[in-house]
Design a protein around this ligand. Structure first.
Ligand SMILES: Nc1ncnc2c1ncn2[C@@H]1O[C@H](COP(=O)(O)OP(=O)(O)O)[C@@H](O)[C@H]1O
Ligand code: SF4
Ligand SMILES: [Mg+2]
Length: 439
């Protein structure tokens, strides 16, 4: 039961509440104003720290300015997604996994939710623009009698726009590394859905109940594959339904979401996510709402698809079992921070942080016969008033005197494995905020 001091800690007086409201509105106004400002490309075009990565989160802070105070949902998160790999992000519910992925999509619920600081670097194929900011089409060419390459003209003497292999207008592109956290909102629209797509836990909340599956697939195709014909967009939608293992794609194309099972709906969501050949798929608890057997099928499908599209997957889950099956790299989060990261072998065979060890123990196994599942004792600290010391201290059975000091920095245990805990290295660690982890 909560004692008096505990109650006092959670009680907000009228004047405190007024003070919080005042500070919130000031902070929100500043962030919203910054979003409306015209951002020059120099402010968000950047460089990747490691050219092999497709995404680099760097000291990302995303906060919610709530009536009870500031919720530091993502509090200095640094990790990378190497191109072509699957990175699993794990941790208990509420540790900031979804807010990390929503920050990447720039879909954090504003105005209370804001990316406060840090970077999200992403290697994007961006449209080249002319001096007036318009996209530059690519034209068909031919060789003239002098051997020069000249634009091919149609019967009316107009240049013919080249089509890409999806049947859409081809534009001049350039690969640029952008900082998504600092990008203008309209530029982000060309990345979201086209370069990065997201699969959510509950497909019914993302599918519109009043439109057919076909309508919804076609809509996304039309939006992102500019200039595509009606027939090509329909053919592409059906091709994607086939790719995600739907046996009767033409039939499903005509159906409404409520006519499909949960597993089928999640397949449709994956088909939508794949429509534009994204480089990165963010899957946020994609199997949590499904039966165990269907879960396995969807995971198989994701694995199969990753091979086909040659892209990367950021897989978010509270379930270590899912990560064990899928991920090349694992990032463990606790209370808005990354507390350990490494390859899947590092995390599963040699877990170091007492929290990761606890998570492993709480994972049900077939081999061990036990009536009760292990549960990490204690609670995550209140997200509004985080302590200065290790956030896991009050639940940790390895806690030492120095654990009550400053929040532990990262210790690089092997080239791929790092952990924020005083048990490792010389026990000192580097200050976490200065460490630029590269998972
Ligand atoms: N829209 C919101 N408003 C206020 N707080 C939020 C909002 N969304 C998430 N949070 C808070 O942010 C923290 C991280 O949430 P989330 O990223 O959804 O966790 P999870 O790891 O389960 O995906 C939690 O403390 C949650 O209460
Ligand atoms: S720093 Fe200390 S309290 Fe925190 S996890 Fe490590 S041993 Fe436990
Ligand atoms: Mg979540």
């Amino acid at each position: 039961m909560a004692d008096k001091s505990d109650k006092k800690q959670h009680y907000i007086s009228h004047s405190e509440s007024r003070q919080i409201a005042k500070e919130n509105s000031k902070a929100i106004r500043t962030f919203e104003k910054a979003k409306k400002r015209k951002v020059r490309p120099e402010e968000y075009i950047t460089e990747m720290k490691d050219p092999n990565n497709i995404v680099e989160f760097d000291d990302l802070h995303t906060y919610f300015f709530s009536d009870a105070g500031t919720v530091k949902a993502v509090n200095g998160v640094t990790f990378s997604v190497p191109a072509g790999s699957t990175v699993g992000v794990v941790g208990e519910s509420g540790c900031g996994k979804s807010v990390t992925s929503l920050s990447l999509m720039r879909l954090v619920q504003a105005p209370s939710g804001q990316i406060v600081s840090g970077s999200i670097r992403f290697r994007a194929d961006m449209f080249k623009r002319d001096a007036r900011g318009r996209k530059i089409p690519v034209y068909e060419t031919e060789t003239d009698e002098n051997g020069n390459e000249v634009p091919k003209l149609d019967s009316r003497g107009k240049k013919i726009v080249k089509k890409n292999d999806l049947g859409g207008t081809m534009y001049e592109m350039e690969t640029q590394v952008v900082d998504i956290a600092k990008m203008p909102t309209d530029a982000m629209r060309t990345i979201r859905g086209r370069e990065i797509s997201m699969i959510f836990q509950e497909p019914m909340t993302s599918l519109n109940p009043v439109f057919t599956i076909g309508n919804q697939l076609d809509e996304v195709g039309k939006l992102h594959i500019e200039g595509i014909s009606k027939e090509r967009v329909r053919a592409r939608s059906i091709e994607m339904l086939k790719l995600v293992g739907i046996a009767d794609p033409e039939g499903v194309y005509k159906k409404y979401p409520h006519e499909l099972s949960g597993g089928m709906r999640q397949r449709v969501m994956i088909a939508i996510a794949l429509l534009c050949n994204p480089k990165l798929i963010v899957a946020d608890e994609p199997t949590t709402a499904l039966d165990v057997t269907i879960q396995a099928q969807i995971l198989d499908l994701l694995r199969e698809i990753k091979g086909k599209i040659n892209g990367s997957i950021m897989l978010i889950t509270h379930d270590l079992g899912v990560v064990a099956e899928m991920a090349d790299y694992v990032v463990v989060m606790y209370a808005g921070k990354v507390i350990e990261m490494g390859t899947a072998e590092d995390i599963f065979d040699r877990p170091l942080h007492p929290y990761t060890i606890g998570l492993q123990k709480s994972k049900p196994t077939v081999e061990e016969e036990s009536d009760e599942l292990y549960c990490i004792p204690g609670f995550v600290p209140n997200p509004i008033n985080m302590p200065n010391y290790c956030y896991f201290r009050d639940r940790c059975d390895k806690c030492m005197e120095k654990c009550s000091g400053e929040y532990p920095g990262y210790v690089q245990v092997t080239p791929t494995h790092k952990v924020a805990c005083y048990l490792y290295g010389d026990g000192a660690g580097e200050p976490a905020k200065e460490e630029k982890a590269n998972g």
